[in-house]
Design a protein. Structure first.
Length: 180
């Protein structure tokens, strides 16, 4: 892959600049800027800087990514003491067999009924959203909206982009229920 060769090349350029003190000031500045650009570019690629669409949450990390970040003793398991952030808060709910470790299967299944929020009348926001999102693009167009949401589409489309995200739907429902 190209990115594996760019970073060493950039460091080589910097080394040459530092070793060659006879270069003119403009050449030094230009060369350093080019090298820094390549280093920044490759670092961004390595992190996978992909921002989620506006109104969308970023995808949760995979089990392998969590292991890489949190598995302090490198035993290939996620123990409760190694868990950080939201995972540590939900650990006991996700650890289905209560053995003190989260497996890949347990993580994929998630906390049973723990994360699904229901409104006062027992309606699940996630299921409503999935039902309306017929093309599975994680947003609801006016043509996909049904019933009361279709009638009040502009109230739900908080950023006026002609789509309703799950976050927008949740915020709008809270606001509407608050006004009742």
């Amino acid at each position: 892959m190209l990115k594996n060769h760019i970073k060493p090349f950039a460091f080589f350029i910097l080394k040459e600049v530092l070793n060659n003190y006879k270069m003119k000031a403009k050449q030094v500045v230009y060369t350093v800027l080019v090298a820094l650009f390549f280093i920044t570019y490759t670092n961004a690629q390595e992190r996978g800087d992909q921002k989620p669409e506006r109104g969308q949450r970023p995808a949760p990390p995979s089990y392998e990514e969590l292991l890489q970040k949190m598995d302090a003793n490198e035993d290939g398991k996620l123990a409760e003491i190694e868990a950080k952030g939201p995972l540590s808060k939900d650990f006991k709910h996700i650890d289905a067999n209560q053995d003190g470790f989260i497996t890949k299967d347990e993580l994929e299944k998630g906390a049973p009924n723990h994360r699904k929020r229901k409104s006062k009348n027992g309606v699940n926001l996630t299921s409503i959203f999935k039902e309306m999102d017929t093309n599975k693009d994680k947003k609801i167009a006016k043509s996909e909206a049904k019933n009361g949401i279709a009638d009040r589409f502009q109230e739900f489309d908080l950023d006026n982009d002609d789509y309703i995200s799950k976050i927008e739907m949740g915020k709008a429902l809270k606001r509407i229920n608050k006004n009742k």
